[in-house]
Design a protein. Structure first.
Length: 293
């Protein structure tokens, strides 16, 4: 059986979605809806609660604002997992490389982005994203997007209960499957339509840094590859520092700046960073000194 788990922003999911699942899944399934209309849970807690409630060998986490265009997609999930026991996680969008530095999953070389979905974009035409596939229908990646994630149940793998909020749960799950030696894949055999597009806010910056602190010392489970080079690490560090400063997350910016300095101490950015943020950096250094002396 397939267990479909949804963390719902309303008490019940829309009838359009529930009927769509019923009409398209094509196999025996159970629908587990976690009512999070009052923000009782973080996304990590809600999904772990869904795991605890599930009876299926395969679990599918989906957003509450999607519709399926593929008939029999549940059987596709079961077939992919049965054909290769090393596959642990399936997505419809993901990346073949991921920097150690905090970043969005798609902050990678263009050729490493693998996507297959219909995406609605505010004030623009709806787009059909289909990239990274040649003749194959399955591409191995290192991380998937959380809009759709199908996992092979493994009692060792859960969402990190120390994480908070509603961001980076997809990277968290991807990292865990890589850590335990599973393959992660993106397929174009399952087509969904996604009706919203995420935005970057201060909460995302905090969550991304939190994820970074959890995994930075165990970066040995294949998240980087030959295409994820020092240049990409530096680019993502620069971007993340600027995003941190935009939302006044000065302590986070300073921490990543120190990592960037170790990567390349000769960047002009270091001078600009200190010139523009001298007062904040000095205050943080003084605070750190007082705590440790």
């Amino acid at each position: 059986m397939l267990s479909i788990i949804i963390c719902s922003r309303t008490q019940i999911i829309s009838s359009d979605l529930s009927e769509n699942i019923k009409d398209t899944v094509g196999c025996e399934y159970e629908l587990i809806v976690i009512d999070n209309s009052e923000n009782t849970y973080s996304i990590f807690e809600a999904y772990n609660l869904g795991i605890d409630k599930s009876a299926g060998d395969y679990l599918c986490f989906i957003h509450d604002d999607i519709l399926f265009h593929t008939t029999g997609w549940g059987n596709t999930i079961k077939r992919i997992f049965s054909e290769d026991k090393q596959i642990g996680l399936i997505g419809v969008a993901g990346a073949k490389s991921k920097t150690k530095m905090p970043s969005l999953w798609w902050s990678c070389p263009q050729e490493d982005k693998i996507t297959s979905l219909i995406q609605h974009i505010p004030d623009k035409e709806t787009e059909r994203w289909n990239s990274g596939f040649e003749k194959e229908s399955i591409v191995e990646v290192v991380a998937v997007d959380g809009v759709f994630m199908a996992m092979r149940k493994d009692d060792r793998i859960r969402f990190n209960s120390e994480m908070t909020g509603f961001h980076n749960y997809d990277l968290n799950l991807s990292f865990e499957y890589k850590k335990w030696g599973y393959k992660i894949i993106v397929t174009n055999e399952i087509l969904i339509e996604h009706f919203s597009l995420g935005t970057i806010k201060g909460e995302w910056v905090e969550s991304s840094y939190q994820l970074y602190t959890f995994y930075k010392n165990s970066w040995s489970f294949g998240l980087e590859n030959k295409k994820t080079n020092k240049k990409q690490e530096i680019a993502n560090a620069l971007w993340f520092i600027n995003e941190s400063l935009k939302f006044k997350k000065y302590k986070i910016a300073l921490s990543i700046w120190k990592e960037l300095f170790y990567l390349n101490p000769f960047l002009l950015f270091h001078v600009i960073y200190w010139k523009n943020n001298l007062s904040n950096n000095t205050r943080l250094f003084i605070s750190h000194f007082r705590k440790n002396n």
